[in-house]
Design a protein around this ligand. Sequence first.
Ligand code: SF4
Ligand code: SF4
Length: 120
Amino acid sequence: MRAKVVQIQANDPQIIAPCGLNCSLCRAYIRERNPCPGCRGSEINKSNACLTCAIKNCKELAAGGHQFCSSCDKFPCAELLHLDARYKAKYGVSAIGNLQHIELARLVIESSIIHDITRA
Ligand code: SF4
Ligand code: SF4
């Protein structure tokens, strides 16, 4: 049996979920029949677990206008720690580690914008 080639779309911010997981690595996203559109996509073909996810539906996320949990004041909250422990044990992936990289990139971009404005 031929192994399926997984295309990682890490350069598309829409494919990275608020929790820091990369949806393009999920088997529901890459399956040929009824693929999931990803955490930020429409509700079509999504599992119940994704539709009811406490992180995706978190009030702090919406109220704070956060794109990712990493900019939330409660980061890393108990929900996120629980998810992180589960993914580390099962897949060797850290959602919190991903979010730390995302937050660092955001701060670097913000500080370079401020630098450009003050030079202008
Ligand atoms: S755990 Fe929740 S926020 Fe993260 S990808 Fe799944 S549905 Fe989206
Ligand atoms: S870190 Fe926790 S409280 Fe903050 S937006 Fe994410 S899930 Fe919600």
